[in-house]
Design a protein around this ligand. Structure first.
Ligand code: DQA
Length: 141
């Protein structure tokens, strides 16, 4: 099984971006961590700052029936286009776990709403990179 681990805008700056919120580990560290724990499964960790590219990747997951771990980053809070793509995926029976490194509910008001959560299979937030590890455990059990 191939699991897509999709990351939205600004997450390519992990390591230096607001380290007090997101820590000092990089996207490459995330790739190594998840690869080490994926067992017989393949994890494909990607990042984009582009909304259309992220939507295309969700379509790819739907076509290939690949489970997804998605950190939509700021798109979480306003991208109805991404929500529609995620709804298409999960309604076709392919699971998608929404993850966040920080706990958006403990932060600014605008982060409290996710337009993605209502169509995600589940949501894990606030555990740093462990949010992704927990999602991987769930998708591979
Ligand atoms: C984030 C939380 C979002 O509010 C923010 O825009 C991000 C990262 C997280 O992983 O904690 O870019 O998704």
């Amino acid at each position: 099984m191939r699991i897509l681990v999709l990351n939205g805008p600004n997450l390519n700056r992990l390591g230096t971006r607001e380290p007090d919120v997101y820590g000092t580990a990089t996207l490459e560290d995330l790739r190594l961590t998840l690869s080490a724990e994926s067992g017989e499964h393949e994890v494909d960790v990607r990042q984009t700052n582009s909304e259309p590219e992220l939507i295309d990747w969700i379509h790819e997951a739907a076509d290939e029936k690949s489970p997804v771990i998605l950190n939509p980053a700021a798109f979480t809070h306003y991208s109805y286009a991404l929500r529609d793509a995620v709804a298409m995926l999960t309604q076709s029976g392919v699971p998608l776990v929404e993850v966040h490194i920080s706990n958006p509910h403990a932060r600014e008001e605008f982060r409290h709403n996710s337009v993605i959560s209502g169509v995600a299979t589940g949501v894990i937030a606030g555990f740093g990179f462990d949010s992704y590890r927990l999602a991987l455990t769930q998708l591979t059990r």
